[in-house]
Design a protein around this ligand. Sequence first.
Ligand SMILES: C[S@@+](CC[C@H](N)C(=O)[O-])C[C@H]1O[C@@H](n2cnc3c(N)ncnc32)[C@H](O)[C@@H]1O
Length: 198
Amino acid sequence: MPDKAFAESAERNSGPILEVLRSEFAQCRNVLEIGSGTGQHAVRFASTLEYLQWQTSDLAENHESIEAWIADSGLTNIASPLSLDVRTATLPEHCYDGIYSSNTAHIMSFAAVEDMFSIVGRALCDGGAFCLYGPVRQHGEFNTASNAEFDRTLRARDPESGIRDLEDLDELGSRHGLARTHFYAMPANNHIAVWRMG
Ligand SMILES: C[S@@+](CC[C@H](N)C(=O)[O-])C[C@H]1O[C@@H](n2cnc3c(N)ncnc32)[C@H](O)[C@@H]1O
């Protein structure tokens, strides 16, 4: 049996995120997760929101852990990870009614975030929701000193990464037919932004 990686943060934030997804994905059936990481979120959300078919995805290096979490869960409504690098991926058009991604936009370069919105714009059905969890800036301001410090740490490690401006994400969304409908404040100075197609 391959090893299950474990992220303490995914354990902590999954409860509050689940409550938002319960409402935002209430009408959904097929959800794509971009950057599933360890696989913890997929298992937690698919085990509670049993009516969803949850498609995991990530870079190949994370597949072993995602597969292990899925196998251990015994759930039949989670699919093995797609090899999905947003910089190169192509997906069938309009095949998901929900897309979820957590803590990815500040890890990728901004060019990759642009690619992610392009993929979402192609893959999401009319009326479908894209829920993006993580820290963001608004009007050029960090919401806390700790997020400003986090941004400095990210950029020192990788100058192309960094906390994104909500207004820039909205602009990317509008280029691909997505309009923001909700913006939830979450614990630990994070947010979930929700854009809908059409
Ligand atoms: C900080 S981790 C977050 C993992 C998980 N979503 C969570 O919240 O615990 C960032 C994730 O983004 C993924 N990622 C980074 N660059 C990516 C890319 N170009 N395409 C797809 N996923 C990418 C990483 O492999 C990793 O799983």
